[in-house]
Design a protein around this ligand. Structure first.
Ligand SMILES: NC(=O)c1ccc[n+]([C@@H]2O[C@H](COP(=O)([O-])OP(=O)(O)OC[C@H]3O[C@@H](n4cnc5c(N)ncnc54)[C@H](OP(=O)(O)O)[C@@H]3O)[C@@H](O)[C@H]2O)c1
Length: 479
């Protein structure tokens, strides 16, 4: 069987890829930024975009089954984009003679759902709209519980940070959560289903309210929590509340909150009918597993790790090669410290390791970012040793990695312009550069106002990296 996996660097896609890799099939991956995937033997990576029909034809050529794990939630006009994306994909799949599309969408009823869930339903309707030419297996899941999933991260952060919660009414809404491993099992098995018509499969474990989920999460974390629902909290206030206490930025919080007022429960029994061997684990077991993975540094994918469709560095230079850049460059000799040790040291930046000094200033910047609706520092790191292109590190995103040479971080915090932080090992020195492409007068003012702080922070940063690397030289790190 020849299988195409789209969204292969997304939260679900990365996990499904691992399962498919263990099987005897020919696997092709479609991604917008190929740097975001490590090459795998016998796996073809195609660079493409669902808005580029030529690339879709190339990706779908000769394919039997195609997974559609794509959404444009990060754009303001995601409803239109998602409709077009699904239509392009369907048309190309039919042109190329694909036999089956497998799509994972959200639970919900169109009439009462939020804009976000309606868009997921519309995507499913488009993909299923030509059953005589192509068959679609449309899996619908509600809250997915797994390490790194947005829903779980929100539940965990709220439960860990707030002993007493005065919450909006939506905590009483019913949902049907499901563990991420079960979702992967349904998706994986869907390719082998012996059916010849379209099917919609609603999946979930036991029905629960969000309040029950938070209390259950607290129980697993061995915390005592008190929740008091109040009828007066608006969507906007709830979204600020989530933005402030959890890693999600305001825009994501708002879409999620809008969805919480309507029930997301299973509407059909096709899961039992077609997948009788899958028995979803309980909410508590899914939470326990997710927490174990976090504690053991084994988070495989996170909600915040996709969305790096462009190499922003390349795009900046292509779009505006003449723009003036403000920079802070520091360099120091590396002496006898091995390159690998220095590389490993600067790649440990962020998360629990901090920012090589003045961490309180980074914390302050994180809070300012949160107040502006950004991601802040709460996202941390997926893994304390490894980095992958495209993934988030606090309020940065890894833009480029060259082993034993370079780490380039792109700033996703709210800044009046575009910013990068680069660590580069040249012959005998470490060069650390903060680049800033200001937007307008305020951008320039912002940079100049921060010059004294940058002076302290960046000068100290390179020194600390080299000191730490020096202390670790000769030690055989686990990488
Ligand atoms: N995660 C959940 O909790 C959850 C719950 C219920 C249902 N679902 C459904 O599961 C599916 C996958 O969700 P996810 O959480 O894995 O999403 P995700 O992590 O945000 O990944 C989305 C993927 O789509 C890709 N993409 C976006 N626009 C594209 C385009 N125009 N062309 C090609 N690729 C594009 C992104 O690539 P870039 O890196 O290039 O942006 C990324 O790989 C979605 O349909 C979602 O509704 C998810």
């Amino acid at each position: 069987m020849k299988v195409l996996l789209t969204g292969a660097n997304g939260y679900i896609g990365r996990r499904l890829k691992q399962t498919l890799l263990k099987q005897n099939l020919s696997l092709r991956l479609l991604v917008r930024n190929p740097k975001s995937l490590e090459p795998e033997p016998d796996v073809q990576i195609v660079q493409g975009d669902t808005f580029d029909t030529e690339s879709l034809d190339i990706a779908l050529e000769g394919i039997d089954t195609a997974y559609y794990l794509i959404h444009s939630l990060q754009s303001n006009d995601y409803q239109d984009l998602d409709r077009l994306s699904a239509q392009n994909f369907l048309d190309a799949a039919i042109r190329q003679g694909v036999k089956r599309i497998i799509y994972l969408g959200g639970l919900g009823i169109k009439e009462t759902s939020s804009k976000h869930l309606q868009s997921r339903i519309e995507t499913g309707e488009i993909l299923s709209s030509r059953p005589k030419e192509i068959q679609t297996v449309w899996i619908r899941a509600g809250v997915i519980i797994g390490s790194g999933s947005a829903s779980f991260e929100i539940l965990r952060h709220l439960t860990e940070k707030l002993p007493i919660m005065v919450t909006p009414k939506w905590v009483k809404t019913l949902a049907q959560p499901i563990g991420v491993d079960d979702v992967i099992s349904y998706l994986d098995t869907s390719k082998d289903l012996d059916i010849d018509q379209n099917v919609i499969v609603d999946i979930g474990s036991k029905k629960m309210t969000y309040k029950e989920m938070m209390l259950s999460c607290a129980k697993v974390l061995r915390l005592r929590r008190w929740i008091f629902p109040l009828p007066v909290l608006t969507i906007r206030l709830s979204s600020y509340w989530l933005n402030f206490f959890t890693p999600v930025p305001y825009s994501v919080a708002r879409s999620l909150i809008e969805g919480l007022s309507s029930e997301v429960v299973v509407q059909n029994d096709n899961a039992q009918k077609y997948f009788e061997h899958i028995h979803p684990i309980s909410f508590e077991s899914a939470v326990t597993k997710a927490i174990q993975e976090i504690e053991q540094n084994q988070v495989f994918s996170r909600w915040s790790d996709s969305g790096g469709k462009h190499d922003m560095w390349e795009k900046q230079h292509k779009d505006d090669p003449s723009s003036s850049v403000l920079l802070d460059r520091q360099s120091m000799p590396i002496g006898d410290i091995p390159r690998e040790t220095i590389y490993r040291t600067f790649c440990s930046i962020g998360g629990k390791e901090g920012w090589f000094g003045y961490d309180w200033l980074w914390e302050v910047r994180g809070w300012i970012d949160k107040m502006l609706g950004g991601a802040g520092l709460n996202r941390g790191r997926r893994d304390s040793h490894h980095l992958r292109v495209g993934e988030s590190v606090d309020f940065w995103r890894v833009e480029d990695l060259e082993v034993n040479e370079r780490l380039l971080l792109y700033a996703q915090m709210k800044v009046p312009g575009k910013a990068w932080l680069e660590f580069k090992i040249k012959e005998d020195e470490l060069v650390q550069t903060a680049y800033f492409y200001p937007k307008g007068l305020w951008g320039r003012l912002y940079w100049h106002l921060l010059t004294p702080i940058h002076y302290l922070v960046f000068r100290n940063m390179i020194r600390s990296i080299l000191q730490k690397a020096n202390a670790h030289k000769g030690l055989n790190h686990a990488t």
